[in-house]
Design a binder for this molecule. Sequence first.
Ligand code: PHE
Ligand code: FE
Length: 289
Amino acid sequence: MDLLDTTHRPPEGANPDWTIPQGFESYSKAEHDVWIALYDRQATILPGRACDAFLQGLHALDLHGEGIPDFERLNRRLCALTSWRIVAVPSLVPDDVFFDHLANRRFPAANFIRRADQLDYLQEPDIFHDVFGHVPLLTDPVFADYMQAYGQGGLRALKLGRLHNLARLYWYTVEFGLLETPAGLRIYGAGIVSSRSESIFALESASPHRIRFNLERVMRTPYRIDDFQQIYFVIPSLQDLLDATIKTDFGPLYAQLAGQADIAISGIEPGDVVLSRGSQAYAKGRVTQ
Ligand code: PHE
Ligand code: FE
């Protein structure tokens, strides 16, 4: 999602829906090696940290560490499981184009990969974030439906002028969501699962708050795009997330939100179900340094 206005045209050579060829044949050995390096790091730390649905999806898609995946081959497996497909797009597409793809069970992914000196952090999503991070969960039927519903909800939020509220739902679920399981907290958010350092921070640091997911609370909470999150929202199950969102008409909720102030990013609200109250030490350290 970005701030481009929706009258923007796709770049030269792109299709009207902004899709482009992946260009699988053009990746260099060095680029495949970056994928392998990133994959190997995550493969060692994610068992016991990522949720089962993610790990099973990774396995089902055979997203092994042999290099950047070919979307055509990947789509055969993904499509057979949940009727989702991956499409390559330029790094930023207009919001309405992004939502329309999701609403039609197409996941827009970047086709470029970060450089070898950017393994730890990259602000712009690359193919590793988009495919390794997002696609495994699209093999889960419940999450697959959630993402499609989000696309439909996005088109509606755009019309109602409440995209800033809905974007927070994406951020705190699809990108940075945590899941409560009998074995402990697990990661399902793509922004966490594609980052070695945040995979550890999100679960093990005493700094961030971890709070039970609540739709209205999430939509009132700003987020940071430049550093580890200060707050994570925890869902009891993917089914709960789907139920809480598709069974709710966001229209009245948006109307209510229009009259309410945002919640401070490090704040705890009276109604919050706090699983762990963070010290915020990490975030405070970053501000004063
Ligand atoms: N139910 C939401 C609406 O009425 C749409 C939605 C579904 C949004 C699932 C996000 C996720 O707008
Ligand atoms: Fe993402």
